[in-house]
Design a protein. Structure first.
Length: 331
């Protein structure tokens, strides 16, 4: 059974910088001009090892918890959080100098647990795999509101076999898998909402936001962890959750050939489980508002002018703290 099961795209391998030819993201994905909220999550100040995220508001980004730990949960339990993280601008093409802002604070559920199926346990999916990031400064954002998935809407989507969108910065070709994300741009694919309960034989499957992908169809790959599952409507986004909790029969950019001819199931945790986490982030933004930094020219528009006199001579002196010349008196 274990040979037929491949992990989801959650772990980023940190290799030496390698030049990559220009590539789209998402295996066999396509550009989606309707999705204007996808951002890259970056783990180095000037290089482009990446995951993906969804820009919920100018200073709040949704992603997955597992990307913010240093350990690879294919090898060991994740316990060490990253010290520094950056977020790029929506839909930018990645390069070493890509625009980015630093993450000021991030919130991960206390109940987060990494997978265990590769370290002696039997759980294929991560538990509470969700993170909310607060940015130091705001990013530009479109004016379409974001609606969050509810349990009732989730049930409706399951009954209707709803098609939903995912846009991410993941690799598109096998040779790009596990490498730096240079020259990637975000691409999209569609998947179908399926049952909350998934049978995985002797393994445990905990995710309840599950989607089906037919054989040979566009799918997730390395770097798509954290990309948002969304329903794109003309007047709003419906945000469902962040990709990355786990997968069954996922070939991961063809790196697991036995799964190429199988239907894959990709798991995630629905956003309605994390409303308290989102509320914490929103409160933090209110309590710690962004203050536009002062520039070198700040103050020049605050000049004042005084009139100085000496006998019949009058002079006007301007400045931030103007003073009359020697021998002159302020009028």
């Amino acid at each position: 059974m274990s040979k037929r099961i491949i992990s989801h795209i959650g772990i980023l391998s940190f290799f030496l910088s390698i030049f990559l030819t220009p590539a789209n993201a998402v295996w066999k994905g396509s550009i989606n001009f309707e999705d204007k909220r996808t951002v890259p999550i970056l783990f180095h100040s000037d290089r482009v090892y990446c995951a993906s995220g969804f820009l919920y508001s100018p200073r709040i980004v949704f992603s997955v918890a597992h990307s913010f730990f240093k350990e690879n949960d294919l090898e060991k339990e994740q316990v060490t959080k990253r010290d520094a993280i950056w977020v790029g601008y929506p839909n930018d093409t990645l390069n070493p100098g890509v625009r980015r802002v630093s993450v000021e604070k991030y919130f991960i559920s206390d109940g987060y647990k990494s997978r265990t199926a590769w370290t002696g346990g039997n759980r294929l999916t991560r538990i509470n795999d969700f993170a909310v990031l607060v940015l130091k400064s705001p990013l530009p954002i479109d004016n379409k509101p974001v609606e969050l998935l509810t349990p009732e809407l989730h049930d409706q989507f399951i009954q209707s076999n709803e098609q939903i969108n995912l846009t991410g910065y993941g690799a598109q070709l096998r040779e790009h898998s596990g490498k730096e994300c240079e020259n990637r741009r975000p691409n999209s694919y569609q998947s179908t909402i399926t049952s909350k309960i998934i049978s995985a034989g002797s393994y445990t499957w905990t995710s309840t936001l599950n989607t089906r992908v037919a054989p040979g169809m566009p799918n997730l790959c390395d770097g798509d962890s954290g990309a948002g599952y969304t329903k794109l409507l003309p007047d709003r986004y419906i945000y469902l959750g962040a990709s990355g909790a786990g997968s069954i029969n996922q070939h991961n950019c063809e790196t697991w050939p036995p799964a190429l001819n199988s239907e894959s199931i990709n798991g995630a945790d629905p956003v309605y489980l994390f409303t308290d986490l989102i509320a914490q982030a929103e409160k933090y933004v209110i309590d710690n508002p962004y203050v536009e930094p002062k520039t070198q020219n700040t103050g020049f528009n605050n000049k004042i002018t005084i009139t100085c006199i000496k006998g019949m001579t009058t002079k006007k002196i301007s400045g931030i703290t103007p003073k009359c010349p020697k021998g002159f008196k302020k009028k």
